[in-house]
Design a protein around this ligand. Structure first.
Ligand SMILES: NC(=O)c1ccc[n+]([C@@H]2O[C@H](COP(=O)([O-])OP(=O)(O)OC[C@H]3O[C@@H](n4cnc5c(N)ncnc54)[C@H](O)[C@@H]3O)[C@@H](O)[C@H]2O)c1
Length: 445
């Protein structure tokens, strides 16, 4: 059989399996991105095998126990029960899969450089164990050129297979927005960037099994840039509004009122809201992946750099706000009991990664403040500097006992009126007290 025939035969076999839904999909990394995706495929009757490095997550899946808020408990239990979804820590079972989707972390190291070790390890496992004729799709956020320039050589070397003939690569960025009630994995349009026409065709066929709307682009690099563009847009706009919030604070202008008024313009303005800093796994990190690759082209991304500087300073500036609020009541941070409300990086979710609250808590602790917190979604935390805290019950006596209450995240189930009524000083970094006028005790961002 000629090379051309081999290529056709692998491709046709894979497309045939996708069409009759006999395909087995492997998903590497069952976290905030991987688990919802796995459940989306499994709900459509696709056989999904999740690969996890963390044995505890595998054990939970075995028992049908959900650990990601965006996944419905009943959905997970059902797909585990009907054997559409299972999990393993045995990566040799990649050989069972017809398609492999990579959803592993892409953090930054302490110098804000991309940490590619998770993708590298995933590619080595895939290359070592995959059979011929598979599609490999990367969903982790990364810098443009990763799929072609970083993944392809690792997989080709580890497998001895040739891209475009014996396997195909694609990049399809995950756009999950934790806590979003309207847009979930299945109904969020998905961008697909296959490496070559065949890869695009196969990837579109695969993802259309689980996702409603697909938007193919011409290359993995274009798809990688799409994701980074989306998050860079958010980083820069949020940093911009945070900086303006600081100025408004000095000028005694209520920025929240200003934003509501600006929003009445029917075109050309999109509202971004200030807060104590930028958190989560994506927005504070992803643009620095772009900055990294730009340096290879001797190109300085000055706006990302400036936005990063504003963001880095926010926790310190918020600590100054807490200090001034206490000072106005003739108190000092030193020795003050400071209760933080909400440590998740945004409302109504259970994710505290990169949360600015943790950084502010560290700053207050270093100034000898007595740090406490309450978060209904997060029972315990370890801050960036290694301090450990447990969430306290939000009782009236606790509110009365503390010197200062800080709204770091405005979870919707906070009884804000009661908190304002019972607490002494309130530093509101999220406009949680919107509409409550109590000039003597509420200090806003
Ligand atoms: N969380 C979000 O809102 C979000 C949104 C869009 C994109 N992303 C991107 O998606 C990727 C994953 O993010 P996440 O939030 O799901 O991370 P996560 O930490 O919740 O999940 C990643 C999982 O991968 C596992 N893992 C690590 N190395 C592995 C390996 N070699 N093989 C198999 N499993 C491995 C970890 O144990 C973990 O369970 C990141 O690149 C992130 O930037 C995240």
């Amino acid at each position: 059989m000629s090379k051309g025939n081999i290529k056709m035969s692998y491709k046709d076999t894979l497309l045939g399996k996708i069409k009759d839904k006999s395909i087995k999909v492997g998903i590497l990394g069952l976290g905030y991105v991987g688990l919802p995706l796995a459940v989306s495929f499994a709900k459509k009757g696709i056989n999904v095998l999740g690969f996890e490095k963390a044995p505890k997550k595998k054990e939970k899946i075995d028992k049908g126990i959900n650990y990601i808020a965006d996944v419905e408990d009943a959905d997970l239990a059902k797909v585990v029960n009907d054997k559409s979804l299972s999990a393993t820590t045995d990566f040799s079972r990649i050989s069972e899969c017809d398609a492999v989707i990579v959803c592993v972390p892409t953090p930054l190291d302490k110098f804000k450089k991309p940490d590619m070790t998770y993708i590298e390890s995933a590619c080595n496992d895939i290359g070592k164990y995959m059979k011929k004729g598979v599609l490999v799709s990367l969903e982790s956020t990364t810098y443009p050129t990763t799929t072609e320039g970083f993944m392809r050589p690792i997989i080709e070397k580890a497998s001895g297979c040739k891209h475009g003939e014996e396997f195909w690569l694609c990049f399809s960025p995950e756009r999950v927005d934790p806590g979003n009630e309207e847009y979930k994995t299945e109904n969020t349009p998905k961008v697909i960037g296959g490496l070559g026409k065949d890869a695009n065709e196969i990837a579109v066929a695969l993802y259309s099994l689980a996702i409603k709307t697909l938007y193919p682009v011409s290359s993995p690099a274009a798809a990688e840039m799409v994701k980074i563009l989306e998050n860079t847009y958010r980083l820069i706009n949020i940093s911009m509004i945070n900086e303006i919030a600081l100025l408004c604070g000095k000028m005694d202008i209520d920025l929240w009122e200003v934003i509501e008024a600006a929003k009445t313009k029917p075109y050309g303005f999109q509202a971004f809201y200030p807060g104590p800093g930028i958190g989560g796994h994506c927005i504070p990190l992803d643009p620095f992946y772009l900055e990294h690759i730009a340096k290879n082209y001797q190109f300085d991304l000055t706006m990302i750099h400036t936005a990063g500087q504003i963001d880095n300073l926010m926790p310190h500036r918020m600590t100054i706000k807490i200090n001034s609020a206490l000072n106005r009541q003739k108190k000092a941070i030193n020795g003050a009991k400071v209760l933080f409300l909400g440590v998740a990086y945004k409302p109504d979710i259970d994710d505290e990664r990169q949360s600015p609250a943790l950084k502010i808590m560290d700053e207050v602790a270093k100034k000898n403040g007595i740090v406490m917190y309450h978060d209904p979604y997060i029972p315990e935390i370890t801050t960036d500097e290694g301090r450990e805290y447990k969430s306290l019950d939000l009782t009236d006596s606790l509110l009365k006992e503390v010197d200062c209450v800080v709204f770091t995240t405005n979870h919707s189930d906070f009884d804000v009126k009661n908190i304002v009524a019972k607490a002494g000083i309130i530093v509101d970094l999220r406009n949680a007290t919107d509409g409550i006028v109590d000039g003597d005790k509420i200090y806003k961002l």
